[in-house]
Design a protein around this ligand. Sequence first.
Ligand code: MMA
Ligand code: CA
Length: 212
Amino acid sequence: MFLYSSYMLTAALLVTCHALHPGNNEISGILRLPGRVGQEVQSHLLGLVRPPGRDRRPWLPGLPDFLNTELHKILVHLKNRLCRLERVLVFRGKISKAGEKIFASNGKQVDFAAALGSCEEAGGTLATPRNEAENKAILDIVKQYKRYAYLGIKEGETSGRFKYINGMPLNYTKWHRYEPNGRGSEKCVEMYLDGSWNDKRCHMDRLTVCEF
Ligand code: MMA
Ligand code: CA
């Protein structure tokens, strides 16, 4: 039962939002932890952290089987509801997604430092495209507002060498033709309306796009 429960928990959580079909919600209705068992489970939820990596041990060893079953139901329900919520936000153009990343804008145009600050204050960071799919997801927002956006990329000490905000070297670029051309004077990077990049001075007003 333990192994079965832990398998079911894993299976339920590995399914992506994309794969979850609307209406495939076995526990319909509003989000709640039903009944006495729900209450009990709620008291265990704070400890709900699966060990990372290849650890395949049961999720919550020591938890009674019936609680594991209830936990499974609740997690499936939560995941389902979260997926529907995300669909609403994508539908309304409030967010765009690529893999695990979620991109969003507050619609404000500010300089690089202010944009980064507001993203971090919201618990994210500046949108930083690390592959074509992420670049496209950011572009969706840039196109929606028809405004260039600063990216989470800056020029390092060596002029012409751009890095992620965390200091790591870039492993994906989408420079516009003849860019970067600032040679030390344009230390930030903006995304154009076609998704290509330009190195740019950091004190311009640019659309704030964050990733979460
Ligand atoms: C501007 C400025 C630069 C960019 C060129 C491209 C004139 O400078 O945005 O960063 O490289 O335009 O023509
Ligand atoms: Ca430039």
